[in-house]
Design a binder for this molecule. Structure first.
Ligand SMILES: [Zn+2]
Length: 162
């Protein structure tokens, strides 16, 4: 038996002002995306803004449904829209934020496992990492280069690609 250990690295910023202007802007775009969240069941809004190499910003927000499993997270709404509409435009960075009136959010909201898996696959598809910014409104920002920091054991089976 060999005991192994994986460590992850991320940057922890205290406020938006500590970020470079491009990252600041993308976090603010993620806040704008909250406006189109359809979340009457959880009252938990999530917004995502994705910057593409062309400069285009693509938005996503969580979309819930009364048939509960039918909804989708903000991150996947944005990434699937990119896959469908701008498949050749490289993803540079994604900013994710959340907002609720139910309780106070004290730290950045992290993506769910399914969204991390999808993010990891898009990184592999474009053969390039993208930056992930997790923004707690009026609070901290956690930043990583690449999704593998969050999901080192992502599911991937090379033989499925044929
Ligand atoms: Zn998710």
């Amino acid at each position: 038996m060999v005991k192994k250990e994986i460590s992850i690295a991320f940057e922890d910023f205290g406020s938006l002002e500590e970020l470079n202007s491009s990252d600041q802007e993308l976090c603010k775009e993620a806040v704008k995306a909250l406006a189109n969240s359809h979340s009457p069941y959880s009252n938990f809004k999530v917004g995502a803004a994705v910057r593409l190499a062309s400069g285009k910003i693509v938005y996503g927000s969580n979309q819930e449904n009364v048939a509960y499993p039918s909804g989708l997270c903000a991150e996947r709404v944005a990434l699937f829209a990119i896959g469908a509409n701008y498949p050749d435009d490289q993803i540079v960075s994604i900013a994710i934020t959340a907002q609720t009136n139910e309780f106070e959010l004290l730290k950045p909201t992290t993506p769910c496992g399914s969204c991390l898996q999808v993010m990891a696959e898009y990184e592999m598809k474009q053969e390039h990492h993208f930056e992930v910014l997790l923004y707690c409104i009026d609070g901290a920002i956690w930043k990583t280069k690449g999704v593998s920091s969050f999901l080192p054991f992502m599911f991937f089976e090379e033989r499925l690609r044929g």
